[in-house]
Write a protein that binds this ligand. Structure first.
Ligand code: FAD
Ligand code: UDP
Length: 367
């Protein structure tokens, strides 16, 4: 049977495109070089039966009703609002910074209005907000910046806050109230049976053939006439002809603690200042599972390894633009996804981008 689309990458970008195209009657061949579907959102049971996220903690949150409704065709949900504490000195304090953070850190008992007033006295107004340093100093000033952001950012990116575009730190709001949720979105849920199960249902369609453990370079000439949707790193597609785009990688140190029912009081604890890892996540909080023991993961940032994050800064954007210009000229191939678009996108943003891409390919008729 003729293949209409060869899709490279079985993460959100590739899998959502595959489903929308298949629903519209197209035949799709979806490959991934990894031995599984789901991309970085893949989850699995560890040797102790605990559902874990091998590529780091994934918490679904969105304001996009369309995205939530689309995924709801393939999963039911468990309500979950993520909470994060940051270890500063001996204290565990809410991050994003809120009223509790300020009061506990400085031994104060400020009201909400007084916290706003306090932040006014310590912030360093910056205009325009170009770098992540501008963003943080503009909202909370140097002391809170040093305690919560500078060290974490240096570890996570290998760069100073001043070397990163504003959007990186702007992911983290500052609050004067007691809201201690990590995300403020209107939909905050985890797929009730996990991400992998959701992807299995997403890809369960007679028009979709899935092959894992297959690299694009092995099959790129095997589907003459098929339109390619490429969701991997864009510089790799073009053989790095303009030079390698920087990506940040992580090493994940997973651990099971058989005799510990609960390791920490919230899903994630950030370590902005000490240790080589940035954060520890305990999966039971995210999934709501009950087990006698518990499984945790520490994230160690590194320059080498699988590409996980684009690195948002002007010189990288300039290099990306060269690849983007090639992508716009290329015939028979469409680029979508976090690595293909070199954008620091969350899961829901990738779903939205993939829905739009598939719809555009269908001439605006579907999705
Ligand atoms: P990917 O999931 O990376 O999928 C691309 C796929 O393409 C990969 O599986 C790869 O193997 C495959 N591929 C690449 N090249 C080839 C090739 N040559 N041949 C075959 N296959 C190839 N988002 C949230 O919304 N909430 C979170 O809490 C959250 N936490 C995160 C934590 C971490 C540590 C990381 C790294 C990301 C997190 N994200 C989170 C972001 C989320 O992972 C991404 O937005 C999403 O997975 C991107 O989907 P994608 O399809 O673009 O890319
Ligand atoms: N950040 C920080 N301290 C924190 C949390 C975040 O400095 O306690 C900064 C850091 O630069 C980080 C960015 O904000 O990379 C975005 O954080 P987020 O938790 O969104 O990162 P992700 O979950 O995508 O790794």
């Amino acid at each position: 049977m003729k293949t209409d689309y060869l899709i490279v990458g079985a993460g959100y970008a590739g899998s959502v495109c595959a489903r929308v195209l298949a629903d519209a009657g197209k035949t799709v061949h979806l490959i991934d070089k990894r031995p599984h579907i789901g991309g970085n959102a893949y989850d699995q049971r560890d040797a102790h039966g605990v559902l874990i996220h091998p590529y780091g903690p994934h918490i679904f949150h969105t304001n996009a009703k369309k995205v939530f409704e689309f995924l709801s065709r393939f999963t039911t949900w468990r309500f979950y609002e993520h909470r994060v504490l940051a270890k500063v000195g001996e204290q565990l304090l809410p991050i994003p910074i809120n009223r509790t953070t300020i009061n506990q850190l400085y031994g104060l008992s400020l009201t909400e209005d007084e916290v706003q007033g306090y932040l006014e006295t310590v912030r360093e107004p910056r205009d325009p907000l170009q770098t992540s340093e501008d963003v943080v100093l503009n909202s909370v000033g140097p002391d809170l910046c040093d305690k919560f952001f500078r060290g974490y950012t240096k570890k996570q990116w290998g760069l100073d806050l001043s070397q990163l575009s504003a959007g990186v730190a702007a992911r983290i709001p500052t609050r004067s109230n007691d809201d201690d949720r990590y995300f403020g979105d209107s939909f905050q849920f985890m797929p009730a049976e996990g991400y992998t199960r959701m992807f299995e249902r997403l890809l369960d369609h007679p028009g979709i053939t899935v092959r894992t453990g297959v690299d694009f370079k092995e099959v790129r000439d095997q589907f003459p006439g098929a339109h390619i949707i490429y969701t991997g790193p864009i510089d790799a597609y073009f053989d790095h002809c303009h030079g390698a785009l920087p990506y940040r990688s992580l090493s994940f140190a997973h651990e099971h603690l058989p005799d510990t029912a609960q390791f920490q009081q919230v899903g994630t604890v950030n370590y902005p200042n000490d240790h080589e890892f940035t954060r520890i996540t305990e999966f039971k909080h995210l999934t709501g599972e009950t087990h006698a023991g518990t499984s945790i993961v520490r994230e160690y940032p590194q320059a080498e390894g699988d590409p996980y994050y684009p690195v948002p800064r002007p010189e990288n954007e300039a290099l990306f633009k060269k690849y983007e210009a090639m992508a716009e000229q290329a015939r028979g191939v469409t680029f979508v996804g976090r690595l293909a678009q070199y954008r620091y996108y969350n899961m829901d943003q990738i779903v939205a981008a993939a829905l739009k891409t598939a719809q555009d390919l269908l001439g605006g008729a579907a999705a």
